[in-house]
Design a binder for this molecule. Structure first.
Ligand code: PLP
Length: 454
């Protein structure tokens, strides 16, 4: 049949990111054919509730007509133009105005790209550019965090603090350092209070800066809530302490809002939720509800001024990509932001999030669950073999894949990452659909429990 053919052709032709290709060779892909609201349908017509918004990104679900129409209209008017050499296009301009209107007040300018990785890559180069322009060429090290996820390019993959993204790739590059992950569940010493844990991490950050030399540390980067590292919600006081240290040593703060941006944590930005004052901020994913690729790096006025000062051919800001500010992508992103406003998406998240979180936390009684954590409409279920000791399952059990695949059998897509199940549904999800999501997750947990007990 044509289904078998396309599955076989996929296996024959494609390299799939983050996929065990040996396993893939035996089973083939799940082929997704269409979408409707928070649901997607595979090529057998089976319906799934998309509990991960694809890759934490399709915030408006899979069938928003207004985004389709915005793309078509722009396609007919002007399908391409760039921003190089003092050229511009209207959607790129209008989008920048809207972005700066809603962004944290510390940010003044917008630099476009296509992906979150590129936006963070640009952030790294901006830090280096800025300190070179300031005459502080030594202040180039960037501190990131273990378990942080910032992308896969040479620079953003270096910022990422996950072993899989480093081993075999000779990353991180030098000048990129990693400090602690703010997970109390994983990182606390026996008997250590959350407050003491938080203070220890802040002290460790300061010690790292002092050891390296404050004159050599240019920036610190963080996701407000870590996503791909396992949905790590920072403990109370963490970012307050971190920001104090950064100010003390004159270190720029890069906030990666690629997942948290545009309502996910119950405010427009994670920066609003955690009271962050970024010097640089990256956005992507929900910027266009991922209907088209577009990202942006927002920067403060002082950083911009150093760029603007470089006026000769050599010193000019020689960074930018062909598709940056692509008019169709920008038109779709602009329409996305208008929809967030028209639908009052932040209020909707604030309304349904307590229900989502109460359903999430009620799973902590399940025998497989060590911890549940979340904020807004993002959450995770940590799986454990033994609740008291927090002992994880042996990796060979693939406990998170067991839950993920069994939930899928029950029509719910969630993502297993490192002993945890991540949840990040479209922001348009209703309470009834939240019930459906957790029914599927619970069925997945029960089936996995049966398997490990067998
Ligand atoms: N930053 C964060 C927080 C992310 O979650 C991701 C992707 O998941 C990225 C950056 C990289 O974005 P992209 O995959 O668009 O390059």
């Amino acid at each position: 049949s044509s289904e078998t053919l396309s599955s076989a052709t996929d296996v024959k032709n494609l390299v799939h990111p983050y996929t065990n290709l040996g396993d893939h060779f035996n089973k083939g892909p799940m082929i997704i054919e269409r979408g409707e609201g928070v649901y997607i349908y595979d090529n057998h017509g089976k319906r799934y509730l998309e509990g991960m918004s694809g890759l934490w990104c399709t915030s408006l679900g899979f069938s928003e007509e207004r985004l389709v129409n915005a793309a078509i209209e722009q396609f007919k008017k002007l399908p391409y133009y760039h921003l190089f050499n003092s050229r511009s296009n209207t959607p790129a301009i209008e989008l920048s105005e809207k972005l700066l209107e809603i962004a944290p007040k510390s940010l003044a300018k917008v630099l476009y790209a296509n992906s979150g990785s590129e936006a963070n890559d640009a952030a790294v180069k901006l830090v280096w550019f800025y300190h070179n322009a300031l005459g502080k060429p030594a202040k180039k090290k960037i501190i990131s965090r273990l378990r942080g996820y910032h992308g896969v390019t040479v620079a953003s993959g270096s910022l990422t603090g996950l072993p899989a993204n480093h081993q075999f790739f000779d990353l991180p590059i030098d000048r990129i350092l990693h400090t602690d992950c703010p997970s109390y569940y994983h990182g606390a010493n026996p008997g250590e209070s959350e407050e003491a844990f938080t203070q220890r991490l802040i002290n460790n950050l300061e010690q790292l800066i002092l050891k390296e030399g404050p004159d050599t540390v240019g920036a610190f980067i963080a996701e407000p809530v870590m996503g791909a590292g396992g949905v790590i919600v920072p403990p109370k006081g963490y970012f307050e302490g971190v920001q104090k240290i950064l100010k003390k040593y004159d270190i720029l703060f890069i906030v990666d809002e690629v997942i948290c941006g545009f309502g996910r944590t119950g405010n427009m930005f994670g920066s609003d939720t955690f009271n962050l004052q970024p010097d640089i901020m990256s956005v992507a994913k929900a910027l266009s509800s991922s209907y088209l690729p577009i990202s942006a790096t927002l920067i403060s006025q002082p950083i911009y001024e150093k760029i603007a000062e470089q006026s000769d051919e050599v010193g000019v800001f020689a960074h930018g990509v062909t598709y940056a500010g692509h008019p169709i992508c920008a038109a779709v992103a602009l329409e996305t932001l208008k929809i967030y406003q028209d639908k009052n998406i932040v209020s909707h998240v604030q309304e349904v999030a307590p229900y989502f979180l109460s359903k999430l936390h009620s799973l902590s009684a399940h025998p497989l669950v060590g911890e549940t954590r979340g904020i807004g409409l993002i959450g995770a279920i940590e799986l454990t073999q033994d609740k008291a000791s927090k002992k994880p399952f042996d990796p060979s059990v693939k406990i998170e894949k067991l839950v993920q695949e069994n939930a899928a059998k029950h029509g719910v897509l969630v993502r297993g990452i490192r002993n945890a199940i991540a949840l990040c549904p479209p922001l348009i999800i209703t309470k009834e659909q939240i019930d459906e999501l957790f029914n599927g997750v619970e069925a997945g947990l029960n089936a996995a429990l049966e398997t490990v007990e067998a």
